[in-house]
Design a protein around this ligand. Sequence first.
Ligand SMILES: Cc1cc2nc3c(=O)[nH]c(=O)nc-3n(C[C@H](O)[C@H](O)[C@H](O)COP(=O)(O)OP(=O)(O)OC[C@H]3O[C@@H](n4cnc5c(N)ncnc54)[C@H](O)[C@@H]3O)c2cc1C
Length: 422
Amino acid sequence: MTDPLANSYYAATAHPWRPRAFEGDLECDVAVIGGGFTGLSAALACAERGFSVILVEAASIGFGASGRNGGQLIPGLRWTASELEEEFGSERADALFDLCWRDNRVKARIEKHGIDCDLKAGHLEAAWTPGDFDAMKREADYLDTRFGYASDVIAKADMAAHIASPLYHGGIHDPQGGHFHPLNYAIGLAKAAEAMGVCILEDERVERIVDLSDGSSGLFTTQDIIEARYVINATDSWIGEIEPDLGRYTVPIMNYNIATAPLANADTLLPTDAAVADSRFVLNYFRLSADKRLIFGGGERYSQTPPRDIAAFVRPFMAEVFPQIADAKIDYGWGGAVAVTMNRLPHIGRRGNIFFAHGFSGHGALVTTLAGELIAEAMAGTVERFDILAGLPSRPFPGGKWLRRPLATLGLLYYAMKDKLG
Ligand SMILES: Cc1cc2nc3c(=O)[nH]c(=O)nc-3n(C[C@H](O)[C@H](O)[C@H](O)COP(=O)(O)OP(=O)(O)OC[C@H]3O[C@@H](n4cnc5c(N)ncnc54)[C@H](O)[C@@H]3O)c2cc1C
């Protein structure tokens, strides 16, 4: 795959990685398609349970959203915990809370495998309007009283301790959230998976999956035919290319990031070194890298064509938040597709011997590792925790192959416009 958007800070600072040469058998228990967080986590967890695993990646490990995201580790899902409880009742809310807020599987993996990926604690949700701040305070109070999940409510007057921007009306600092170098995390998972015996094939695209007479699957790739008892489709934005029916559940929205040159005043911009995401519908999200650059994501494009100059596209959003670095030198600009579902909850499930997890809707840095592990758990026969995520409701976007994207875009433009009008 060629990638016009690959000028990323992450690619430039990635740890060396090359998959081991493979000359073995192309028959396995589990074939994983996609070398992002979901596929890597699933492959590693399957190998830990004794399955033989082959992972096939069309480009290179972390090529998709996993190697180019904002690196923000935000506990939970795109819905608040109180929204989940209101919709699904207290028992399911408890189960979802335990999985998606309390159990930080990324931290567990980093610790277990000693993955060097600049992990930092602390996430700040910054309120764009006073009304947003009121809603955040209510949710923080609910999380604390209902689940004993404590975070710090930061009044507008105290925001300067966290962020040198006059824009925000308060915020919630969650010490359980954080940030990391996503590509180095993906590479760390790949190394751990290989150490457990997973075979990783890069630059090899799966073109179709066929049912075999014994109930297993045949994967036809650009180079090989692989036979597997189970398949895990972890291709997120590309899922419809292999399974068109699953492709109806998401639309890809392009999102762009920049990294400034290292800044002498970096620590004054974000004194507590938290990752920040604001409450706009088309949100700004930013954090410092280990070498003191500001990594800033802002603005969405509903066209698949990238802006000619990504730095020029994102800079105004950064300048609005931090006018003091409006003219900072920008060393890197890149982008990627965020696979978004209708209701912003991930779509996870199983059809016969094929498992899938996609559509994390811009909130996948933490939950993808969990989803991969739960798929392995289900494959090994314990389905209860997998079923909690697989039971989240989902429905395809309306409009069929040609109208799906334009209709979804209209909806998104409406909310973006509301945002602008305040
Ligand atoms: C710009 C951007 C910023 C984001 N920021 C954040 C953030 O700060 N915090 C957060 O929580 N989430 C964020 N996200 C979302 C998060 O990155 C994703 O939810 C998550 O990485 C999805 O992981 P995945 O493994 O499911 O998919 P991916 O990482 O996209 O992996 C899919 C892989 O499948 C491979 N593939 C595709 N087709 C085939 C095929 N036919 N054969 C073989 N391989 C194939 C692709 O090459 C790719 O490597 C962001 C996303 C983007 C794009």
